[in-house]
Design a protein around this ligand. Structure first.
Ligand code: PLP
Length: 398
């Protein structure tokens, strides 16, 4: 009886749902499932951040805030961005959102048009179904969904051939984009690939973005979770990128605050002006006392962030070693908390077998545009990780 809008018909429910449903059914039957499918740190939010939220509540910070965020948080974010070499951004370049996901959603809705029967592209060189968004595969699932919800079309460039390094894929990226490409998403350190793109790779992206006049989203939500002493460069700090980069971040991963819903994006002022309309007419503002907690997170949590980073690095080492013990040599993640495990069969089938036969939950790589792999999250204790690998071996999955 309902006539649904085209936009919801364009997207599928998250491909991870089939696996997590299977896992949930098993758990309901009392099976002990090793869940390596989740994209959330397994740590508690640091105590100082919780205290700051409680204090903010007690002090009465419970009403709406100004739509783009409270001044204290915007100032703290600007200071952080300047520390990353992004000194083009001031408080007027920011929108604070309920999570990084909402920030991305607002950016896509602001920049990407559907075609809606308007005929050929602006350049007249091709017919198209909407503004073009370029993704580097494997890419986090929601980029595709957000592009489609906005009515855009996708070009996808695979980085799988060289263990997800970007530099060897730059020629493919150059070949894939065109004057019709509106937006490129770069996610480093990346979900699910775990790569931290080199400066040379980022400079290559810059050259392509400048040549084809492409706006780039730099999703830096895993920036604090990097290994082997890496210090990732922010794309927007490169010459040529300062006025075409939208830098996106959030508190979920760095500060173990997934349920608090706090994120932001920094962009040229004209983008903020347009996106601000969407923001104010949809969410109004991010939660008031959560924004106050965000000020504390940025100001006083370096030690706890480092502790979590070091724990993830330790688990990364342990997990890679555990696979090697069984003769499996996956690409070594350089950041974030995911590992891409190559599998010899259809990855969806493998992931289903892993749940059913080994009670280990993973996410099929095809959900990220990269079949032939499954994604394992190592936001789990060393014991659980070892248990997971042992079970996979026992069930002949590795
Ligand atoms: N970007 C990437 C690459 C992610 O993996 C996630 C969460 O999984 C997000 C953005 C959004 O996170 P949140 O909305 O919790 O800030």
């Amino acid at each position: 009886p309902f006539e649904f809008a085209d936009r919801v018909g364009r997207v599928e429910p998250s491909a991870t749902i089939a696996i997590s449903n299977l896992a949930a059914e098993l758990e309901a039957d009392g099976v002990d499932v090793v869940d390596l499918s989740v994209g959330a740190p397994d740590f508690e939010t640091p105590a100082n951040i919780k205290r700051a939220a409680k204090t903010a509540l007690d002090e009465g910070h419970t009403g709406y805030t100004s739509s783009n965020g409270i001044p204290a948080l915007k100032e703290a974010i600007v200071e952080k961005l300047h520390g990353d070499g992004l000194d083009q951004y001031g408080t007027e370049n920011l929108i604070v959102t309920p999570g990084g996901k909402q920030a991305l959603y607002e950016v896509f809705q602001t920049l990407i048009d559907g075609n809606d029967g308007q005929g050929p592209s602006a350049s007249g060189t091709s017919s198209r179904s909407g503004d073009e968004v370029a993704l580097l595969d494997p890419a986090w699932v929601s980029y595709e969904a957000m592009a489609k919800l906005a009515g855009g079309s996708l070009v996808r460039v695979d980085t799988e051939a060289h263990d997800f390094a970007l530099e060897p894929a730059l020629d493919d990226l150059r070949a894939a984009v065109s004057a019709d490409t509106e937006l490129l998403v770069v996610n480093s350190p990346g979900n699910p690939h775990g790569q931290v793109y080199t400066d040379a790779a980022l400079e290559g992206v810059r050259d392509i973005a400048v040549e084809y006049d492409i706006t780039v989203i730099s999703d830096e939500i895993y920036k604090s979770i990097v290994y082997d002493g890496r210090e990732p460069t922010s794309l927007g700090a490169l010459d040529g990128m300062r006025d075409r980069t939208i830098t996106l971040n959030g508190f979920s991963k760095a500060y173990a605050m997934t349920g608090w819903r706090l994120g932001y994006f920094a962009a040229p002022e004209s983008i903020v002006e347009q996106a601000g309309k969407l923001h104010s007419h949809s969410v109004t503002c991010a939660v008031n006392f959560v924004q106050h907690a965000g000020v504390e997170a940025l100001a006083n949590t370096d030690d706890a962030v480092e502790e979590m980073r070091a724990a993830f690095e330790d688990r990364r080492d342990m997990l890679v070693e555990a696979f090697r013990e069984y003769g499996v040599d996956p690409p070594v993640p350089q950041g974030a908390f995911y590992l891409m495990l190559p599998v010899a069969e259809d990855d969806q089938a493998w992931a289903e077998r892993a749940v059913e036969d080994a009670a280990v939950a993973t996410v099929p790589g095809s959900a990220f545009g990269t079949p032939g792999y499954v994604r394992l999250s190592y936001a789990a204790s060393r014991d659980r990780l070892q248990e997971g690998v042992d079970r996979l071996a026992e069930a002949d999955l590795i």
